[in-house]
Write a protein that binds this ligand. Structure first.
Ligand code: NAD
Length: 499
């Protein structure tokens, strides 16, 4: 049994807490490692060391910091397969999907190679007589990243790359279910030239998170996880005067118009609904066909596609469509929600409960489920299932479908399938959701745009990665400077507009 560690001042350091969490291989159900649940004292010590290291790192010019990102990007590429295998073993996702997890994180590292341009300030020449104004972006100091289980490489990279490129030190608190990848990334960025202490990985649970939120040195917190925890962290961080951006859960709808290419829509729904066992914050969990004819035809197209899905362990190779869910608790929660859907009157078209894999009887596998005739009052509609379950809600008109999305408390992602540009344009304009796909099922923006939901899917300001991350991880300082021409014309006492 491997005992995992923290990463402090450039070394793997054993925690002294004596408390551990089990890290499973979700495909076999076996505990493969234990990860420390560090104490508040260990966290505070890591922060003090990070604050010391940040002084020189923050004073290193942006181009040199960018070179560390360049070397880091090259190392991630070189170790792509190793990282993918490592995260599949703890998370359960297929190897091609795991490579995508690393790749979408790497793309944020690539944008951070442009840190010198992104950190440029602003300048106003002659804002008044002899007066110039300039603003500069300075690092916050020590910041923290708290990440979820479902993207063990991508989301830690979304946090650490921009934070470090901006000259901050970071405390990274990965999910206790998938801690190995973050530790390996810390080793790789050290090899790329990051000075010791600038990135500290402190493993743990609520005790460490609360210590982060109460530590006076930590100036900013970036969180990704479920909505109740996002809201809690945002509240406590803000009360303690920290900058916070906290991204939460989702319930993403896809509207299918009668003029849509239904084969393409069905393919997209199967990939976006069941890929990664539905454990994506951008998964489509609700299909909303418009009109009864569209709904009947869509179900006909979905059923054979879903019945063909291959569920299995990542070791079975590229042939598997999705793997197990993260824990036994997640499996029973998902199956409990499927029970509730049946009890509350939805039509269970395909039942994924009780799924067993030969040779992997203790794995946390859930077969694909498809519901029809779901209504907004049912638990399967109201809750984020975070499993391989797709619900079809029938709408009679475009307006009814649109209002369903608008009235939903979550606002992470949404999509529309249609052949009509005017409908697509109207949808993109009116919908109150942060990321919108038009004939595109999982609209995760590219790394030079930004990622963020609306409503209960995000708390705080500014999105993740792209230019917003450079704003989040820096403070703006604006200088108004006057150089006299040599004639002293007296002091001014009143607060007034520029002459
Ligand atoms: P989670 O909220 O259980 O855990 C996220 C992090 O918070 C972990 O590091 C965990 O240790 C910590 N945490 C858990 N309980 C805590 C508590 N009571 N107090 C303090 N810290 C606590 O989320 P998860 O199950 O790891 O991830 C799945 C969730 O993340 C889903 O809801 C999914 O939609 C969401 N998610 C959102 C995005 C996004 O960008 N909006 C991206 C990925 C995942």
């Amino acid at each position: 049994m491997t005992e995992l560690t923290n990463w402090i001042n450039g070394q793997r350091v054993k925690s002294t807490s004596g408390r551990f969490a089990d890290v499973y291989n979700p495909a076999t159900g076996e505990v493969q490692a234990k990860t420390p649940l560090s104490t508040a004292a260990e966290l505070n010590d890591a922060v003090a060391k990070a604050a010391e290291a940040q002084k020189a790192w923050g004073a290193t010019n942006p181009q040199r910091r960018a070179r560390v990102m360049m070397a880091f990007g090259a190392l991630i590429n070189k170790h792509m397969d190793e990282l993918a295998e490592m995260l599949s073993r703890e998370h359960g996702k297929t190897l091609p999907d795991a490579r995508g997890d690393v790749q979408r994180g790497l793309e944020v590292v690539e944008v951070c190679m442009g840190a010198p341009s992104l950190l440029k300030g602003e300048f106003t020449d002659d804002g008044g007589p002899g007066i110039d104004l300039y603003s500069m972006r300075q690092p916050l100091g020590v910041v923290a990243g708290i990440t979820p289980f479902n993207f063990p490489a991508m989301i830690p990279l979304w946090k650490m790359a921009p934070a470090l490129a901006c000259g901050n030190a970071m405390i990274l608190k990965p999910s206790e279910r998938v801690p190995s990848t973050a530790l390996r990334l810390a080793e790789l960025i050290q090899e790329a030239g990051l000075p010791d202490g600038v990135l500290q990985v402190v493993n743990g649970d609520k005790e460490v998170v609360d210590a982060i939120l109460d530590n006076e040195t930590i100036a900013g917190v970036g969180f990704v996880g479920s909505t109740p925890i996002a809201q809690y962290i945002y509240g406590r961080a803000a009360t303690n005067g920290k900058r916070a951006q906290c991204f939460g859960g989702a319930k993403n709808h896809m509207i299918i118009m009668p003029d849509a290419d239904l084969d393409k829509a069905a393919d997209a729904l199967v990939g976006a609904g069941y890929g990664a066992a539905g454990e994506r914050c951008m998964a489509i969990s609700v299909a909303v066909p418009v009109g009864q004819k569209t709904a009947d035809a869509l179900i006909e197209k979905l059923v054979p596609r879903i019945e063909k899905l291959k569920v299995g362990p990542y070791t079975a190779g590229e042939d598997v469509d999705y793997g197990p869910v993260i824990t036994a608790t997640a499996k029973s929660r998902i199956e409990g929600l499927i029970d509730s859907g049946v009890n509350q009157g939805a039509k269970l078209v395909i039942d994924g409960r009780g799924f067993e894999m030969q040779g992997y009887e203790n794995g946390f596998f859930v077969g694909p489920s498809l519901f029809d005739n779901v209504t907004p009052d049912m638990d399967i509609y109201r809750e984020e299932i975070f499993g391989p379950v797709l619900s079809q809600v029938r709408a009679d008109s475009y307006e009814e479908a649109l209002n369903l999305v608008i009235d939903n408390p979550y606002g992470n992602g949404t999509a529309i399938y249609t052949a009509d540009g005017d409908t697509a344009r109207d949808f993109a304009h009116r919908v109150n959701v942060g990321m919108v796909g038009i004939n595109f099922p999982i609209p995760v923006p590219l790394s030079y745009h930004t990622f963020g939901g609306w409503k209960k899917s995000a708390f705080g300001d500014l999105n993740q990665y792209g230019p917003d991350a450079f704003r989040f991880y820096t403070k703006t300082k604006t200088v108004t400077a006057r150089w006299f021409s040599g004639i002293k014309d007296g002091a001014a006492f009143n607060f007034k507009a520029m002459d």
